[in-house]
Design a protein around this ligand. Sequence first.
Ligand code: SF4
Length: 464
Amino acid sequence: MDIMDNALFTNITLHSLEDGYPVLYPPPLIWSNVSKDEIIKSWKNVARNLKRDPRLNKICLYIHIPFCQTKCVYCNCVSFPLSSFSQLDTYLGALKKEIDSFHSLFRGIKFSSLYIGGGTPTVLRNQQIADLIQYIKGKFCFEDYFLFAIDAHPNSLDSGKLRLLKDLGLKRLTIGVETLDKKVLVKMARKQTRDSVYRAFTQAREIGIPYLNIDLMAGLPGQTIQSFVKSLLMVVKLHPDIIHVNPFLPDKNTLFSRKNFKFTQRDIRRRKMMVDIKRNILEKFSGYKSIGRAGSALSKEAINPQINLFESPDFKVSILGLGYGAISYAFANRCYRLSTGINNYFKSAQLYNGYKMNRDEESRYYIIKFLYQGINKRKFFKLFGVDFNPAFKKEISFLKRNLNCLDSSLIFRPNFKDKKQYFILSKIFYSKKVMNIFKSKYSVAKSRINDIEHQDLDAYIEEE
Ligand code: SF4
């Protein structure tokens, strides 16, 4: 592969934006059908590694609840507006069947965390939440101080539900706030008030949930710089442990794009300004520290591996994802997700889409994930048995020619100008095989990509 091939960088980056997962490797565009038998085989390998060396290997359980009270216009998550509470009962029944078909593979293995995301998992009624957690704990084992985390919409929280979650062992609650601007909320069909945000957050604090995070968005349609800053400052006053500011991505999964709304060059510039301003407000003036991707943390404890295991470079972390829309990473083996429609999920007809990783690709996945914070060469060797510098000579010399890089005996860290540059340049670590499949599939995908994003990135690459 010619790593100076700018067009290729453009293609990869466009694809990443389309997915909304800038550092997901290998990119889902190149995934293909995979049978359940193959998936089970991969998990058996992971289970063997977990038993053989629990100091290097960890596993997390992710449960996806793909329902929300309403569907927000900007949202690219796998989620559907809830039609009735009985729909949740049907879904939980199908989820339990999926749990039943996997749990026996993990006998004798302790999971490090349980993360319930969505959608809005807290649309579940209290009884449903208690029943689900009890069912999960009856089927899987967890480490003594495992992390239990859940995502929530402020309107779906009240003191009763928060107390129940605390009693069930919740350690981290992430409240999706996105914006506090009334006009933007109406435009984005998001039902929420400032009062519901404050109430949910203060109740969660009073009840004693240990870590409280808030998610915001930058660049939402109709959002001005002023309104973004106002929302951010209001959220900072609450002192959440971590604030994520996610840039709005008008990808094909959003109602925004399906309704053919346009995201203009001006919108892109405004979004970038918001991200820059956020960095100043949080990291220069409010005591937060960047923790990679879109997050900033107030304290060291909030990002310790116990609390944020998946972001820890110390282990190979596999994720068993269950529920419609969940993505799984069977480390060193396979990434995959269900490819059936939700109605087939209810009928337990499970088809999967995924990619089988070899050991080399596993290490590339790790590099792409942690390059922004720097690759610890000793850890890398411990995890993969490979010397980082000789193995990635070509990629390292490309980065050194184009960026200032710290390359000591312990660390390799390129000094990326911003996250966008990291998203683009980290992709030189794509394997030849992934790159080739990607190129062959790209022309089909291209037609689905937002033109404006395309132009923006072309311009960016030219500047580089
Ligand atoms: S942003 Fe949150 S509440 Fe809105 S549709 Fe997406 S997952 Fe649901």
